[in-house]
Design a protein around this ligand. Structure first.
Ligand SMILES: Cc1cc2nc3c(=O)[nH]c(=O)nc-3n(C[C@H](O)[C@H](O)[C@H](O)COP(=O)(O)OP(=O)(O)OC[C@H]3O[C@@H](n4cnc5c(N)ncnc54)[C@H](O)[C@@H]3O)c2cc1C
Length: 473
């Protein structure tokens, strides 16, 4: 039996990136069971009806165009010492080097009733199609648990289909990992205006129903009624509370894992010299604090795979860690965030200073002007930028990426204050100001005020010198 140079287990963004970059150079195979790799990020919009579900399917050519072989199979075990994988069909494939890119699967908390029909996570093509079919088959009421980006995108999609939906989260605000509380007011109001019921600072304590879920119980005793047990209408509870790494295959392999994934170094190497891992299945650290944090994003999985591909081609590159630049959209507001929020920065031990820039997306004399808010988070001692949040009436990813670059390059508040920006009536505020610059100026002003206050305090504590008498201290 022939031996592949490289076998990749997993056909998500990490596996596809490896195929694109390595397929021409090695005899390699990508193994994944599902009929299509998915554009997961677009699934809420297919549920909404904005695009046909098939548009969320990625083309197999993304893997095969480079010459990589695509094997549609489930791997059932890995024999590390003898360097082969076993397929569900019984076949065996030998490798010289193995990459594990098995991703992550949604967490469903083990509350009573979690196995009732109608309770699900949201990740796969099947999940998307199940929700679409429920909508077509008379779904009237749904509960989404988890007000992160996926949860808020899903509730809006369901609401667009005229379904009564409640969004539950244990945190007091939506998008708790992306935004500080003061940035959530406008997006929260939009969700409420769209008719989405919010149950914040609440945990699901139990799900009830005879065979399918019909009632969601919260920890304050509140019950969200979905449908009576004998109703002909289907019911739906979707948990979007995070994911756990898919590590089933690693059992008894000797490949080391941590609580949030496979342990790898910056070169994406596991403790076994010829086994690598990248994407959602690995545990990695924040590039800012060096602490292990969650970073289960395609925008982290792909760069990890690029670093690994470069190294397998002979370069020596190191993945720096997660910055977690991310974006979502709530109604007409585009939301972006990068680095640390104030609460994450405080937890990490930073003494934080913030600044806010509030302007408009166009010259205010132009038609269709929308508000724009930029919040900067910086370390008060070094003035280094450590986070940023944006709310805007126009897409924000370019600004999020600029802020991430500022964090990556260790820029300080003065660098953003001195940013040389552009302006044009359709595309920015007047040349007179820029929201990012304004936020930096405000943060610097806050620092000056702080230091003046502490100087004054010191002065007040020192007894004033009396004129004409020598200082005897
Ligand atoms: C609804 C939704 C919206 C999202 N939106 C965004 C977004 O806007 N921006 C963003 O950056 N990220 C987003 N994400 C997250 C992003 O999709 C993931 O971070 C990304 O898919 C991780 O890529 P991966 O290749 O590591 O793993 P995955 O994409 O999870 O792929 C894992 C692959 O491994 C395969 N596999 C697992 N076990 C086996 C086995 N035993 N044998 C063979 N194959 C196996 C799986 O079948 C799959 O092909 C979203 C996710 C969801 C669910």
């Amino acid at each position: 039996m022939s031996t592949k140079d490289i076998i990749v287990i997993g056909g998500g963004p990490a596996g596809i990136t490896l195929a694109k970059r390595l397929g021409r150079h090695f005899d390699m195979a990508v193994i994944r069971p599902e009929p299509h790799s998915m554009i997961y990020c677009a699934m809420p919009y297919a549920i909404e009806g904005l695009l046909p579900p098939e548009k969320t399917f990625k083309k197999d050519e993304l893997v095969t165009a480079s010459g990589a072989e695509l094997i549609r199979e489930h791997v059932t075990s890995i024999n590390v010492p003898e360097k082969y994988v076993v397929l569900e069909s019984g076949g065996i494939l030998h490798f010289q080097r193995l990459v594990i890119a098995t991703g992550a699967i949604p967490l469903i908390p083990q509350v009573p009733g979690a196995r009732l029909e109608g309770v699900m996570g949201f990740k796969t093509q099947e999940d998307m199609e199940t929700i679409i079919n429920l909508c077509r088959n008379g779904l009237r009421n749904a509960v989404v648990v988890g007000a992160g980006a996926i949860g808020v995108e899903l509730v809006q999609a369901l609401r667009t289909r005229n379904i009564q939906v409640t969004l539950v989260d244990m945190l007091p605000t939506i998008l708790g990992n992306m935004l500080d509380e003061d940035m959530t007011t406008a997006p929260t109001e939009i969700l409420a205006r769209e008719g989405i019921q919010l149950a914040l600072s609440r945990r699901v304590s139990a799900l009830e129903g005879s065979s399918r879920v019909s009632r969601v119980l919260l920890d304050n005793g509140q019950a969200i009624e979905l449908e009576p047990d004998d109703s002909e209408h289907p019911t739906l509870v979707v948990f979007c509370v995070g994911v756990r790494p898919e590590l089933t295959l690693l059992k008894d392999t000797g490949i080391e894992v941590g609580p949030t994934g496979i342990l790898v170094d910056g070169r994406m190497q596991t403790n076994i010299p010829y086994v690598y891992a990248c994407g959602d299945c690995v545990q990695f650290k924040s590039a800012l604090t060096g602490e292990v944090i969650s970073g289960k994003l395609a925008t982290n999985a792909v760069p990890m795979a690029k670093v690994l591909a470069a190294n397998l081609l002979g370069e020596d590159r190191v993945y720096p860690g997660f910055y977690n630049g991310a974006a979502t959209k709530i109604g007409e507001v585009y939301v972006g965030s990068t680095g640390l929020t104030v609460s994450a920065a405080s937890r990490a031990g930073f003494n934080v200073v913030t600044g806010m820039g509030k302007l408009f997306t166009r010259f205010p004399v132009m038609p269709d002007v929308r508000p724009l808010t930029v919040k900067l988070v910086a370390d008060a001692s070094s003035r280094r930028i450590i986070g940023g949040q944006i709310l805007s009436g126009v897409p924000v990813t370019a600004q999020v990426d600029l802020l991430t670059l500022a964090i990556q390059k260790k820029c300080v508040l003065e660098d953003i204050r001195d940013l040389s920006y552009s302006a044009q009536p359709y595309q920015s505020f007047f040349p007179a100001n820029n929201a990012m610059v304004m936020a930096a100026e405000q943060a610097l002003k806050a620092l000056r005020t702080q230091s003046e206050l502490s100087e004054n305090n010191e002065r007040e504590q020192t007894p004033p010198l009396t004129v004409g008498q020598p200082d005897r201290s």
